[in-house]
Design a protein around this ligand. Structure first.
Ligand code: DGJ
Length: 692
């Protein structure tokens, strides 16, 4: 009799089957099976078509081996100085711990032990996969590839949605057909990167935003990574995700073990929005808020696009006054505040206030901000050093480097080797001194270049060590300053991922604040992470990165989808624009409790798209027109997220706008759709819906 290992979530289940002399076979991962279901006959005994196959032929397991009869990608590619390359760990024991299954595998010949923990959270339907590898041999084990997770995809999955992009163009949707050739995405930038998000969503031919089968997975890691979807002989596919490793980067000493980054994976019948909702729930469970719970996300003012490096205390003080008068709640002093930092060519590493710009330090400005009832935030870029800095002149050896290779700068800067304890200590102590002196509630933690010639002191690749050292340093700041929130920024959205999420409280999604560009980027962001951590600002017009202009109303309506901020020179606002902006800030404050709940998004024909947030009882719906109409009438908008059995009162709202309620049946809204008033290009209309 086969032995099955089963986990049930709310709407998904997974099943593995014991197989003598192998790791457990992947039997099923998909929509929920009935309690006490009877599985089909054992897979291990299933006959295969005649041909040159091994006896017995291999099927997909939780941890496929290498060189011993599995001809697809293995979960582990490793060796000991050229030996022990073949490895196929087999099941030793299984333990159930609540909603988790812990599989212990071992291969006595290649002398490795592997533990795979599968935990299916019934609240979110997200499967957490953690894999640990131990070297039980007497020589070091060099690892080239270790899959954090090996996931099965059923034959009906035919397409994959992943994200590409670049600086100021993050979360560009890529949709590829899955054929018999493998699909893969790899990141080699050393940090998460603007162009290769470490996750994807696999769908069937008929899956839409709100309906149909969809599988999502993301690697909780902020460095190099790889993912591959490979066609298998039984028509299924395997999906592997794991660390991207440079040659020789990862050596496990005898007796040592390695915890691979976690993979979060989920399956939904509610299309890729269903996947997104599950991921949001998992992210919310992992966020660590100062004080234990999220406070309403305060409206930011960020000085960057308004001031750049031009810091002048009277001007900043006046900006703070204006920000407070508009209802802004947090004033973030971006780049340009520290020792001799007048442009981007110098000073990274010298983390003390610039004596020329701030002769009395930052105290007067910070206290002024706090006196106005706002929080004070500060920008830092700790992992970086400019060659033109006191730090680099004192410690050129602290930068990542490789003997014989040029010290290649990017934005005039080099990367510090955080794996050196003295470097991490220096950064902690120097920045802590500023934090002790000032009432700082917030750090915007930036990282403005890729890693190249990234060698540590031994000349080995430091990519992985750098990420782990970053996580430790972030935690050290949180432990020493428990009230401080930290934002993950890397030239905009270069470090957005589930790995850094438990160490930060916000992400700067992109340096591109053009609202039209943001519509697509924010939808991509929300595929994996929730709105309350998505930094989205009202920028100026024309937008600095694109040169395009949109109305304040459109810019604000798009920015309200996330954690709202304002980023332009407030001194340029006239009276009526100030009143308009204050209106939007008030609107966001009134509705952020709904904006930061469940999110649904969708596209309609004729250049229309929509974003809704809230719950089945009460929600806000924003309908945008991104392109001019080509039709005579607006199409009606079906709302897949409403309760079909309920009645709703809908009214059009916005700053200073309060339409009369109109009553609709849920089934009408879901199927026939909401009539939307005609809008021009780059305009938005917002509705409030409440169950009657
Ligand atoms: C890149 C960030 O994305 C911007 O928001 C700003 O903080 C600059 N760096 C400052 O140099």
């Amino acid at each position: 009799m086969p032995q099955f290992h089963v986990l049930h979530g709310r709407e998904t289940s997974l099943v593995l089957e014991d197989c003598a002399g192998a790791a457990p076979l992947w039997r099923y991962w998909g929509p929920r099976l009935a309690d006490g279901f009877a599985a089909g006959p054992t897979l291990a005994d299933e006959p295969c078509y005649p041909g040159f196959h091994m006896e017995p032929p291999s099927r997909l397991t939780l941890f496929p081996g290498l060189g011993l009869g599995w001809f697809h990608r293995a979960a582990l590619e490793a060796h000991r100085d050229g030996s022990d390359f073949a490895s196929a760990p087999t099941l030793q024991s299984v333990e159930q711990d609540g909603n988790a299954l812990i599989f212990r595998l071992a291969d006595p010949v290649s002398a490795v032990e592997v533990t795979v923990r599968l935990a299916l959270d019934p609240a979110s339907d997200v499967l957490s996969v953690t894999t640990t590898l131990a070297n039980r041999g007497s020589a070091p084990l060099t690892i080239q590839w270790l899959a954090s997770a090996v996931l099965p995809l059923p034959p009906v999955v035919e397409r994959v949605r992943s994200y590409g992009g670049r600086h100021a163009g993050e979360f560009e949707l890529l949709e590829d057909a899955l054929g018999k050739a493998s699909w893969s995405r790899n990141n080699r930038h050393g940090l998460t990167s603007h162009d290769t998000f470490p996750g994807a969503v696999a769908i069937t031919a008929g899956t839409t935003e709100a309906a149909g089968l969809a599988y999502g997975a993301q690697l909780a890691w902020s460095g190099n990574h790889g993912q591959e979807i490979e066609f298998l002989d039984d028509g299924r596919r395997q999906w592997q995700l794991g660390l991207g490793l440079a040659p020789g980067e990862l050596l496990l000493a005898p007796g040592e073990s390695l915890a691979a980054p976690e993979v979060l994976a989920t399956c939904s019948r509610a299309g890729w929005q269903g996947v997104a909702s599950n991921f949001h729930a998992a992210a919310r469970a992992r966020l660590r808020w100062p004080g234990g719970a999220m406070k309403p996300r305060p409206v930011h003012f960020n000085t960057w696009e308004g001031c750049y490096f031009d810091h002048d205390t009277p001007r900043l003080t006046a900006l703070a006054d204006k920000a407070a008068a508009l209802g802004i709640e947090r004033f973030v002093l971006d780049d340009g505040w520290f020792h001799r930092r007048n442009d981007d060519t110098s000073s990274l590493g010298d983390w003390w206030p610039d004596a020329a710009k701030y002769p009395d330090g930052l105290g007067p400005l910070a206290r002024h901000v706090v006196g106005l009832g706002m929080e004070f935030g500060l920008w830092v870029e700790p992992e970086m050093v400019n060659p033109d800095s006191d730090l680099y002149r004192a410690h050129p050896e602290w930068a990542l480097q490789l003997t014989g290779r040029p010290m290649q700068t990017s934005r005039h800067q080099l990367v510090l080797d955080l794996t050196r304890a003295e470097v991490a200590d220096y950064l902690f102590e120097t920045i802590s001194a500023v934090l002790h002196d000032l009432p700082v509630a917030y750090l915007k933690w930036d990282h403005n270049r890729d890693l190249v010639a990234a060698g540590d002191q031994a000349g080995s690749a430091a990519y992985r060590g750098q990420v782990l050292a970053l996580y430790r340093l972030l935690d050290r700041f949180h432990a020493a300053f428990p009230g401080i929130e930290i934002e993950s920024c890397a030239g905009g959205g270069g470090r957005i991922d589930m790995g850094v999420l438990p160490h930060v409280q916000r992400f700067w999604a992109s340096d591109n604040i053009d609202a039209l560009s943001r519509v697509e980027m924010q939808r991509g962001f929300l595929q994996f992470l929730p709105p309350e951590v998505m930094g989205s600002h009202i920028g100026t017009a024309p937008a600095h990165t694109t040169g395009r202009s949109q109305s304040m109303d459109f810019r604000a309506a798009v920015a309200c989808q996330g954690h709202l901020g304002v980023e332009f020179d407030l001194a340029r606002l006239g009276e009526s624009e100030s009143a308009q902006l204050a209106g939007w800030i008030g609107f966001y404050k009134q509705w952020r409790h709904l904006l930061h709940q469940q999110v649904w998004t969708g596209m309609l024909s004729d250049g229309l798209c929509w974003h809704a947030a809230g719950n089945a009882d009460e929600w806000l719906l924003t309908v945008y027109r991104t392109a001019p109409t080509r039709q005579r009438f607006m199409p009606a908008l079906p709302l897949p997220f409403v309760d079909r059995a309920a009645g709703y009162a809908l009214r059009q709202i916005g700053p200073g706008q309060e339409g009369a309620p109109v009553h609709f049946d849920g089934s009408w809204l879901a199927e026939a759709g909401l009539p939307v008033p005609p809008t021009r290009a780059e305009q938005a209309v917002i509705f409030h819906g409440a169950r009657r």
